[in-house]
Design a protein around this ligand. Structure first.
Ligand SMILES: NC(=O)c1ccc[n+]([C@@H]2O[C@H](COP(=O)([O-])OP(=O)(O)OC[C@H]3O[C@@H](n4cnc5c(N)ncnc54)[C@H](O)[C@@H]3O)[C@@H](O)[C@H]2O)c1
Length: 300
C-alpha cells in the first residue's frame, strides 16, 4: 500500500507466507495415479479438469476455444465474464449444445470495474458453490506511435490488460482462501511482453503484457501456500479477429517472413497448455510463463 515518505522508516514490512508441502496441506503433491487401472484411464486422469471455472474474455476467439477445451476435459461449471453479450450468447449456445451436462453461464462484466468484478465472482460462487480455475483472456490491443500516446491511452490499456486481470484473480483468491480450496489461475500474456513487435509500434500493449508476466510471478509466490498456482501463457500471433483485415496484410507478411513454422497459430493450439495448467498434469507449474508461439520469438 502506498505511504508517505516520512512514514517509511517506521513501517513494518508484510511477509509472504510460504507453503511447506506437508501431507494434507494445500501445497502437498497430488496422490499417485492408480497403477491398477488401464493406462488410458491413468492418462485421462492426469489431464482431467475438475470443478468450475471463470473465463474472462470467454466470448472472444481464444477464450472460447479454451473454454471448450476445459469442458472437453471434464469441467463441470463454466462462467464467462465478458463485455460483449452478443458474441457471448452465440458462443454459449454452441457450448450448451455440445456439453448438455455442464453448467454454462455468462455475466456481463467489465474487468476494470472493481465492485462489478467482486459482485460477479460472488454470484459465480452462489451459482456453482465454488470456483477454482481462472482463465484470464479479457484484453484489448492498442497500436500507435509512442509520440501520440496520452496518459488516458495508457490508463485504458493497463487497466484492462493488467489491472483488470488482477481484480478478477483477487476476488477469486479471496473466495478460494475462505473455503480452503486451491486451484489454478492462467493469465494470457503475449510474446509482446517479451520482445518488441515489428513493424507495428505498440508500447502500451507491450508494457501491459510484460506487467502480466511479472504480476503472475508475484501472485504465484504470494498465494502458493493457499494451494493457488498462478501461471501465464504468452501466445504468438494467433489467427483471431485481433490480426484480421486487409489493412494488416503487410504486417502479417512481416510477421511470417521470420517465423519458423511460417504460419499463425490456431486458437485451439493454446488448449494443450491450458488443460495442462488447469489439471493435475500441471501441479508443479507455478509462476511459469509458457512461450507458445511456434518459434516466432526465436527470430523476431
Ligand atoms: N490473438 C493474438 O494473436 C494474441 C496473441 C497474444 C495474446 N493475445 C491475448 O489473448 C487475449 C484474447 O485475445 P483474442 O485474440 O481472443 O481477442 P478477442 O478480441 O477475440 O477477445 C478478447 C475478449 O475480451 C473481451 N474484453 C475486452 N475488454 C474487456 C473488459 N474490460 N472486460 C471484460 N471483457 C473484455 C472482449 O469483449 C473479447 O470478447 C487478449 O488478452 C490478447 O491480448 C492474443
Amino acid at each position: 500500500m502506498a505511504m508517505e515518505r516520512s512514514d517509511l522508516s517506521t513501517r513494518v514490512l508484510p511477509k509472504i507466507t510460504l507453503g511447506d508441502g506437508t501431507p494434507g496441506s494445500l501445497t502437498a503433491p497430488p496422490p499417485p495415479l492408480p497403477r491398477d487401472v488401464p493406462a488410458a484411464t491413468r492418462a485421462q486422469e492426469r489431464f482431467r479438469v475438475t470443478g468450475n471455472a471463470i473465463v474472462t474474455g470467454g466470448a472472444g476467439d481464444l477464450g472460447f476455444a479454451a473454454s471448450r477445451a476445459l469442458l472437453d476435459h471434464g469441467l463441470e461449471g463454466l462462467m464467462i465474464f465478458d463485455m460483449n453479450p452478443t458474441d457471448a450468447q452465440a458462443r454459449i449456445d454452441v457450448l450448451k449444445s455440445e456439453f448438455p451436462e455442464a453448467k454454462i453461464h455468462f455475466q456481463k462484466v467489465d474487468v476494470t470495474d472493481e465492485e462489478g468484478v467482486n459482485a460477479a465472482v460472488d454470484e459465480t460462487v452462489k451459482i456453482f458453490g465454488s470456483v477454482s480455475i481462472l482463465l484470464s483472456f479479457a484484453g484489448m490491443v492498442a497500436c500507435g506511435h509512442a509520440l501520440d500516446f496520452s496518459s488516458k491511452d495508457w490508463n485504458r490499456i493497463i487497466n484492462v490488460n493488467t489491472i483488470g486481470g488482477f481484480l478478477v484473480a483477487r476476488a477469486m483468491a479471496r473466495t478460494m482462501i475462505q473455503r480452503g480450496i486451491g486451484g489454478s489461475m492462467v493469465f494470457i500474456a503475449s510474446i509482446s511482453g517479451h520482445r518488441v513487435n515489428f513493424p507495428q509500434p505498440q508500447v502500451s500493449y507491450n508494457v501491459s503484457k510484460a506487467g502480466v508476466v511479472t504480476m503472475v510471478k508475484s501472485l504465484a509466490a504470494e498465494w502458493a501456500n493457499h494451494g493457488i498456482r498462478v501461471n501465464s501463457i504468452s501466445p504468438g500471433y494467433m489467427d483471431t479477429i485481433l490480426n484480421e483485415g486487409d489493412g494488416l496484410d503487410e504486417a502479417r507478411k512481416a510477421w511470417l517472413s521470420r517465423h519458423p513454422l511460417g504460419r499463425m497459430g490456431q486458437p485451439d493450439e493454446l488448449s494443450g497448455a491450458i488443460v495442462m495448467l488447469a489439471s493435475r498434469a500441471g501441479s508443479y507449474f507455478n509462476g511459469a510463463d509458457l512461450l507458445l508461439d511456434g518459434g516466432q520469438t526465436l527470430l523476431m
